[in-house]
Design a protein around this ligand. Sequence first.
Ligand code: AMP
Ligand code: MG
Length: 508
Amino acid sequence: MNFQNSYLSLGSSFYQQTLPIPVAAPHLLLWNASLASLLQLEDSVIDEHQKAQIFSGNQVEESSTPIALAYSGHQFGHFNPQLGDGRAHLLGELIDQNSQRVDVQLKGSGPTRFSRQGDGRCALKPALREFIMSEAMHALNVPTSRCLAVVATGETVYRETPQPGAIVTRVASSHLRVGTFQHFASRKDFDALEALLDFAIERHYPDIATLQTDRAGKASAFIEAVGERQITLICHWLRVGFIHGVMNTDNTAISGETIDFGPCAMMGDYHPGTVYSSIDSQGRYAFGNQINIAIWNMARLAESLLPFLDDEQQTAIAKAESVIKQLVADITLAYKSMLGNKLGFDFKDDNDWLLIETLLNQMQAQELDYTLTFAELTQFIETGEISSQLATSLKAWLPTWLQRLGIEETTTDSDISALIKKHKPLTDALANMQNANPLVIPRNHHVERILALYQEAMLTGEKQEEAADELSQFLQVLRSPYAITEHTTKYQDAAQDKDQGYRTFCGT
Ligand code: AMP
Ligand code: MG
């Protein structure tokens, strides 16, 4: 493996150079073969034993200089100047098959200067959970960090109960966060802040470097560009029903990827107020609040770059406000367009919004499952078949929607199937819908059931093969979320208890 370490050029205030703390008995549990081939790791011919050694941190490659990155961040709206990788080691960067530079980071690899009270470790279930969720998100076409490996440590970690420990290897296009910018802005270290800005631009937004020559132009274009990627990201989350759960500024990647899967969950029934995180009692990070929070986080990024926007503070603030205002307009439109796609049309005007809103209101009032409803509407356009249950629930709404798709002659007793076949524009509508509406998502109840099964098997030594098979089957299904594959139907169902009382946890 040939690691590079470009962060080192930023200087020591950006990181602590520190080695992973070796673990007792590393054992490879999961390996992401398709990611490994993207990273061209197959050429390095490493066997299972070596993988366990390297991706537990027990063996450090010659080319790697492990570091823990410094950052700060707003957590639930409150600024914490002192965060940083408290249980992670960045091994270095690799250049993937598409010539993209990615970070390879161990999580759960031991304490660092940034650990505060934490033990620097990670429990098995959250490590597996991050692997499952990120792989699902990737297949759903959501920008995301991914997991290369999960290695059991052979050690126990102490949470509420003793649990088996694990280390997860995360691959991300970088680990720069909004909180990284806040870190240097809050310390008024403007040289570091400018170096960081240039570094981030070169890595993620190289066009800015060619188009903008002065610092003010670069800073403003950068906030805009990061904001646009956040907009894309959040719209994808809202498209698939993802609730991140802890959208603190330290968990907001400059690259626009989903990172930090701690308390994330998938929404079942459509309700914008849906929250599963045990610590989010106010619903700050509820499903339907994610747009507001993304904008709030972008305002924090803009704030940290304020001194670069203009020498005059008032002018700088005005510039920042105008960028943020534009982002609000853009995300509002992007959100509506995304929902238009889910219904097979290109969003145009207030009438379209009324149509969308009416559906969402009815879904909320009647407690309809978000994924299943859109999947069924897609199927309806494809085959003309709809369950009597959904047809009844959406009786008044369906004809107006079909009219929007160009089926003027819709009546309650028309042969919809024939009509749909007759109408050519529906090919476009269907293609739109099939791309926007997954047939299967990583349902909370399946994720938790499989994690419990897997952990139990590991602890007792019984039914290990069965647990591993079930996990691999689940992953296989999640890797094709827009198609019905051999086992898809087994994992499509909503939770019987509608996820009532389901709670997720941070600080895993
Ligand atoms: P997270 O909730 O995973 O985004 O983490 C928030 C902060 O707490 C980051 O600075 C983490 O590095 C740190 N942290 C979380 N869990 C641990 C742990 N077990 N040991 C040390 N630091 C931790
Ligand atoms: Mg974090």
